[in-house]
Design a protein. Structure first.
Length: 237
């Protein structure tokens, strides 16, 4: 594990009334300890998990539209509003890694075509694979040891079966002891990774939470066990 701590430098913040400090979880954050080489960020949309992940990627020097330190291309609005106000503590610091933004992966795939680097992603253009296949090609071929990987909703392109395949890739890389992952996700399948640290961004602060206590687990579990009742209640029937 490389990244140990994230600190917000509140003394540098010009105004707490401007984004991203209008997000309660970010406004109330002083520091966050990273205790595991597999860490998940969970919470409702807009609670700040992607904002913090983007800021970490910014401080790592990764392309804010997605990629590593050596992927040079631009996408509108691909920037971090928080990056200037956090400090990362490393032991030791690594420069290798990757930032995955599911929403801008198309632009990353185009960049790979333009620089003729498909040999590093299984030898096929990422655009000539299905969305899910291209994500798995990235995970299988680009992710190596001694690196930090920051993934924003990697489940976006993955079927449940391929989410399980991703968990196997995650396990194999983590078992080597020299890969670290921080993942923002809504997937109860990914969150089920054994012994991972889960931080919830709900309720205005960032708190460690057990898997079974996440809304993702509880809502999905209840739906699967009581589907008809839940849908009747939802539709007011």
């Amino acid at each position: 594990m490389f990244l140990k701590r994230i600190q917000v430098q509140h003394e540098k913040v010009p105004s707490k009334n401007k984004y991203p400090f209008t997000i309660p979880s970010i406004k109330n954050l002083d520091q966050l300890e990273i205790k595991n080489n597999i860490t998940f960020f969970v919470g409702e949309n807009g609670t700040g998990k992607s904002t913090l992940l983007e800021a970490i990627a910014d401080k790592c020097g990764f392309n804010m539209a997605g990629g590593g330190r050596n992927n040079y291309y631009e996408v509108d609005a691909a920037e971090s509003a928080l990056g200037d106000y956090i400090r990362l503590s490393w032991m030791p610091k690594v420069t290798n890694g990757f930032f995955l933004r599911a929403e801008s992966f198309y632009h990353f795939a185009t960049h790979i075509d333009q620089v003729d680097a498909n040999y590093a992603y299984g030898g096929r253009s990422l655009h000539k694979q299905s969305h899910g296949e291209s994500f798995l090609s990235l995970f299988l071929n680009r992710f190596k040891g001694k690196a930090i990987y920051l993934l924003d909703e990697p489940e976006a392109a993955l079927s449940p079966q391929r989410q399980l395949s991703f968990l196997k890739i995650l396990h194999d890389l983590a078992a080597s002891g020299d890969s670290q992952f921080i993942i923002a996700t809504h997937s109860p399948i990914l969150l089920g990774y054994p012994d991972a640290t889960i931080y919830s961004f709900d309720d205005g602060s960032i708190q460690e939470i057990d898997y079974e206590m996440t809304d993702h687990y509880q809502i999905t579990s209840y739906f699967l066990q009581h589907r008809e009742k839940m849908l009747k209640d939802l539709f007011n029937e």
